[in-house]
Design a protein around this ligand. Structure first.
Ligand code: C2E
Ligand code: MG
Ligand code: MG
Length: 741
């Protein structure tokens, strides 16, 4: 290429001197080298084209295609020279390119520029900004490079088509195009989002005045105001739409999050142009300048009315009793915690109304019936609600009045009287029955659940009356209840393990009229791990309540029979052992078989066993109980009616009672001590004798009582006068000693 240039120059200069020529050649070589460097190093792609091809000659000082060109199109210069630019032009851009190219070729335009795509060898797009200008050379070295003779006829455009040369300049804009595409995508997503948003987006200027400088179209649907009405507060400021109670809180929240550079999130209500209210959720963030100052606030406000209403409804349901519509326990707990926190000094009390027979009524008449009464009762009780007296339904069978800011306990009693009046309004309310537990909340008690518990303890500490009574809570009540729970648990544990250690029996002698020991009464003792010795009068009712009396009773019978066995094995065959039996044991179908089994196992004589039952057992079902007693008698056992005359009077039906012994209650015996007091003891004894029963006097403590009882021919006596209840070994000793006398 260099030789070719020199020759040309020599031809041009013709007859000039050799020296001058050499200098000229040198200059030409220098400028040619400079051009070559500039061409090669240019940051844009440059190629000389001839019609649909690019020209490339590696041997020439003007190679036709520079390095940037090949780099942009990702093909070597050689490859580029071998193909037509049309082949690697993206089909979608080809037509436009050809049109422009034809115009250029025809001389209609001087140059053209366009953004177009070439095809990368891997098939992807190469975006370029392409400028094409015609290349007109007087001595066309490129024509020779392309192998043309330069004398061809012009085509219809006036330019010899084969001879059309141009320079193609490329600037790679692929990256920009990708960014543009992403931007377009994100703009599109944003506009899709905004147009589908059930709300609006905004930008607040954050300077002296905070006004919105941009509001999206959605504002109309959300607020009823077009964006231009809100922008710069033209008609109304967005702040004015926010309900007053939220306005300050919203800016407080904004200020808080801005100082921490955190996102803003808040739910509040706005009033729309037509006056309706909407719940909205606003989320946004601050826009900061380079110095970290807040420039603007940007965010969106979305309509959440539907969701909020559902939420509020759920909350309403959560805080209300479905049946009566009254606030429920959950709400009570929340309210009370809140109030106590805010003002711990105010005098407060809780009146808990326990519907004592609600469950029984449901069982007998069905739940709809029970519920309808409770609903009516709720309406009735609501009449007593005042500003400082609130009513709650805290469970299926419990109402509760919360009284705050009262002065005297008497006010609570007055409320109880009103409640009682309400109960008296309908016989149905009376059927359900109720008890009122009052707890005047102490200053240090802040847990609402504890407060309710105290009121419930007070309510449970009542007799089983239909007319509601009221009871004030006391610490002793709580201690009793706690003790009861502990006993219950201990009995449950020891019976489940069948461990007999805690349970023992004491035996109290029963002496006959002639002074002989006729028998012993077995009296249970419970030695608690935590509470020490517990009297049967305390633990037996608890065991009965929990049905634990059944396993416990079996343990008692077992121990009693073991003692009887010892007596029998000492040769005493006429000593009776009296065992106390509870109604729950007695009425169990399996009880006769169970007791008979134990007796057989121990090998004792059933006729030496006497079952003591209290006369109250007849109150449930006289006939059934009496038949059961007969069954025992047929098995060989005797029956004693304990505490006779103490409560339920079976005297009227004494004739029919299937019992062998009447145990005269201690209070009759106590009467015998006072000389002046009229007593019916003698009459009872003689009547019992006439009906074929033996009489045992209980609780004989002195000689006077003994003498008088002897005078009435009382068959047997039992009491401290003869002996305290004794442990088994002492009882046997006592028996042996007594016999010796
Ligand atoms: P209970 O069957 O009437 O027993 C007589 C109670 O009077 C016993 O009290 C006895 O210790 C007491 N006592 C005896 N003589 C005198 C006396 O002269 N003066 C006084 N003040 N009291 C006297 P304890 O042992 O406390 O039993 C109380 C009640 O517990 C028994 O009354 C009985 O109803 C029940 N009980 C005791 N053990 C059992 C048992 O194993 N099973 C069942 N179901 N009940 C039992
Ligand atoms: Mg007894
Ligand atoms: Mg008794």
């Amino acid at each position: 290429m260099q030789d070719f240039g020199k020759r040309k120059v020599r031809e041009t200069v013709g007859d000039e001197k050799e020296n001058d020529l050499e200098q000229l050649i040198k200059k030409l070589e220098e400028s040619s080298a400079l051009f070559h460097t500039v061409f090669e190093q240019a940051p844009v792609g440059i190629a000389v084209g001839h019609n649909e091809k690019w020209i490339f000659d590696p041997t020439s000082s003007l190679p036709g295609i520079n390095s940037a060109f090949e780099k942009i199109l990702c093909r070597s210069k050689k490859e580029l020279a071998d193909i037509s630019w049309m082949d690697i032009t993206h089909p979608d851009d080809l037509q436009a390119d050809l049109v422009m190219f034809q115009k250029l070729k025809s001389g209609e335009i001087d140059s053209y520029s366009m953004e177009k795509r070439f095809i990368h060898p891997d098939g992807s797009d190469i975006w370029v900004r392409m400028t094409v200008v015609p290349l007109k050379l007087e001595n066309d070295i490129f024509a020779q490079m392309a192998g043309l003779d330069g004398d061809e006829a012009p085509d219809e455009t006036g330019i010899r088509s084969k001879d059309f040369k141009h320079i193609c300049i490329l600037e790679d804009i692929t990256k920009r195009k990708i960014i543009e595409k992403e931007l377009r995508e994100s703009e599109r997503s944003k506009s899709v989002l905004l147009s589908n948003l059930p709300g609006m987006s905004y930008r607040y200027s954050y300077g002296n005045g905070r006004t919105m400088e941009f509001v999206s179209e959605g504002s109309f649907r959300l607020t009823g105001y077009r964006p231009e009405c809100l922008i710069k507060d033209r008609d109304i400021g967005y702040d004015d739409l926010i309900l007053e109670q939220y306005r300050q809180a919203r800016w407080d929240e904004w200020n808080k999050v801005l100082s921490r550079r955190e996102p803003f999130r808040l739910e509040y209500e706005i009033a729309t142009a037509d006056g309706s209210r909407k719940w909205v959720y606003e989320t946004g963030q601050g826009v900061y300048d380079d110095d970290g100052r807040v420039e603007a606030l940007e965010g969106i406000v979305i309509d959440i009315t539907g969701r909020k209403q559902r939420e509020l409804e759920i909350n309403r349901l959560k805080n209300h009793d479905y049946l009566t519509g009254l606030n429920n326990r959950r709400y009570f707990v929340e309210l009370l915690s809140d109030e106590i926190m805010r003002d711990p000094v105010v005098k407060r009390a809780v009146l808990l109304i326990y519907l004592r027979h609600y469950n029984t009524v449901n069982l007998i008449y069905g739940y709809p019936y029970g519920e309808s009464i409770v609903k009516e009762l709720a309406n009735e009780l609501q009449h007593h609600v005042r500003d400082n007296i609130l009513l709650f339904k805290i469970s299926a069978d419990r109402f509760c009045f919360y009284v705050r800011d009262y002065e005297e306990s008497n006010e609570l009693i007055c409320l109880c009287d009103l409640i009682r009046e309400s109960f008296n309004k309908s016989v149905y309310f009376k059927t359900i029955g109720g008890g009122i537990g009052i707890y005047e909340i102490e200053r240090d008690v802040i847990d609402p659940e504890v407060i309710l518990k105290c009121a419930a303890i007070a309510a449970s500490n009542q007799n089983n009356t239909l007319e509601p009574e009221y009871t004030f809570f006391s610490k002793e009540m709580e201690a009793r209840l706690l003790r009861k729970a502990m006993i219950k648990e201990e009995i449950a544990v020891s019976t489940s393990r069948m461990s007999h250690e805690c349970l023992s029996l004491a035996f109290q002698p029963i002496v006959s009229l002639d002074g002989a020991i006729a028998g012993f009464e077995a009296l249970s003792r419970y030695e608690s791990e935590n509470l020490g010795c517990i009297s049967p009068e305390e633990f037996i009712p608890i065991a009965e309540e929990t049905q634990l009396i059944i396993p416990l009773g079996e343990m008692i019978i077992d121990k009693a029979c073991a003692f009887l066995k010892e007596i029998e094995s000492l040769g005493y065959n006429d000593i009776k052992l009296y065992i106390n039996i509870s109604i729950i044991q007695l009425l169990r179908d399996s009880f006769p078989a169970d007791i008979y089994r134990i007796v057989k196992e121990k090998g004792v004589n059933p006729s030496n066993l006497c079952l003591e039952i209290t006369e109250s057992v007849f109150s449930s079902n006289f006939k059934a109980v009496n038949e059961r007693l007969q069954q025992f008698r047929e098995l060989g056992f005797s029956i004693a009616l304990d505490d006779f005359g103490a409560g339920y009077s079976s005297l009227s039906r004494e004739r029919e009672l299937n019992v062998n012994y009447l145990k005269l209650d201690k209070h009759f015996i106590d009467d015998l001590t006072s000389a002046n007091k009229l007593t019916i003891v003698g009459d009872i004894i003689s009547m019992a004798h006439k009906l074929g029963h033996y009489v045992i006097a209980e609780g004989v403590e002195n000689e006077v009582q003994k003498d008088r009882l002897c005078g009435y021919s009382c068959d047997y006596m039992q009491g401290f006068l003869f002996s305290q209840p004794l442990v088994d070994t002492a009882a046997l000793e006592f028996l042996k000693e007594w016999k010796k006398k």
